[in-house]
Design a protein around this ligand. Structure first.
Ligand SMILES: Nc1ncnc2c1ncn2[C@@H]1O[C@H](COP(=O)(O)OP(=O)(O)O)[C@@H](O)[C@H]1O
Ligand SMILES: [Mg+2]
Length: 259
């Protein structure tokens, strides 16, 4: 018998976010994520998926709403002037990888990996190097430790970016279209690394347009459009037999073309 009771890892309540007075992107978003869940977020371009992940990462302010992490307040907007308040300790426990490469170009792969642990956490260099070597080995990048980002393929860069995020022992990983800028033949090697993490029960929130990947990585799929959650359920439902007309239209348009 399985216990169905578990506290949410992340609870977003009524998130509102706009850019300036005219671009309202999140219009009361509610998402609850349980520990160990892998949530794939799909939705139309410009619908606010990146904004959502950037808010989660503390990179964007919110207009109103709140996010708790592990049951504790993480982000809220408070006071008359609606100041966004963020718990920096929680923020440090979330890792993110973006669509476009964000490695430091003047540092080697190994230096990219150990920079934050040494600088931010005060970890000893020898210990950080040891952990970095182990991660690079695991991701098939051991031979690239002293290469510079410009010497790597796009797929290698994204795997390094994932390894770099893992160096800070995140409790949640956010992936924003991490394979969208890659040549098709490099997509699989990056997705394999993320699937490997999934096998170790890393909670993650993933934005992707890759149907195969979405099906294989998701424990849950959320379709967001118009700044709200339109449909939320297991991948078989949301991707395979959506209940909402808007989800169905989107899936037909974006995904079925490639099947
Ligand atoms: N920094 C910004 N300033 C102004 N508008 C922005 C900014 N970032 C995103 N937007 C706008 O917000 C909307 C949502 O963008 P985004 O979150 O990137 O959507 P998605 O990732 O789903 O494509 C779009 O209309 C986009 O043009
Ligand atoms: Mg985006």
């Amino acid at each position: 018998m399985t216990m169905s009771f578990s506290l949410p890892l992340v609870k977003m309540q009524s998130l509102h976010k706009s850019y300036g007075p005219h671009v309202q992107v999140l219009k009361g978003l509610d998402i609850e994520m349980k520990p160990g869940e892998r949530v794939v977020v799909i939705g139309p371009s410009g619908g606010g998926k990146s904004t959502l992940l950037r808010v989660m990462m503390g990179l964007e302010k919110i207009d109103s709403g709140s996010i708790t992490f592990g049951g504790k307040p993480y982000i809220s907007s408070e006071g008359l002037n609606k100041k966004t308040v963020i718990d920096p300790e929680v923020r440090r426990s979330i890792g993110m990888v973006f669509q476009h490469y964000t490695l430091f170009p003047h540092l080697t792969v190994l230096q990219n990996l150990i920079l934050a642990p040494c600088k931010v956490r005060g970890e000893k260099k020898s210990s950080a190097i040891q952990r970095a070597d182990a991660l690079l080995e695991r991701f098939g990048l051991a031979a690239k430790a002293s290469a510079f980002p410009a010497q790597l393929s796009g797929g290698q860069k994204q795997r390094v970016a994932i390894a770099r995020a893992l160096m800070l022992d995140p409790k949640l990983m956010l992936f924003d279209e991490v394979t969208s800028a890659l040549d098709p033949e490099l997509v699989a090697e990056v997705e394999q690394v993320i699937l490997q993490l999934a096998g170790q029960d890393m909670p993650m929130m993933i934005v992707t347009h890759d149907m195969w990947f979405a099906k294989n990585i998701a424990s849950r799929v959320i379709f967001c459009a118009g700044g709200v959650v339109v449909e939320d359920g297991p991948p078989e439902q949301v991707l395979g037999a959506p209940k909402e007309e808007r989800t169905r239209e989107f899936i037909d348009r974006v995904f079925h073309i490639r099947q």
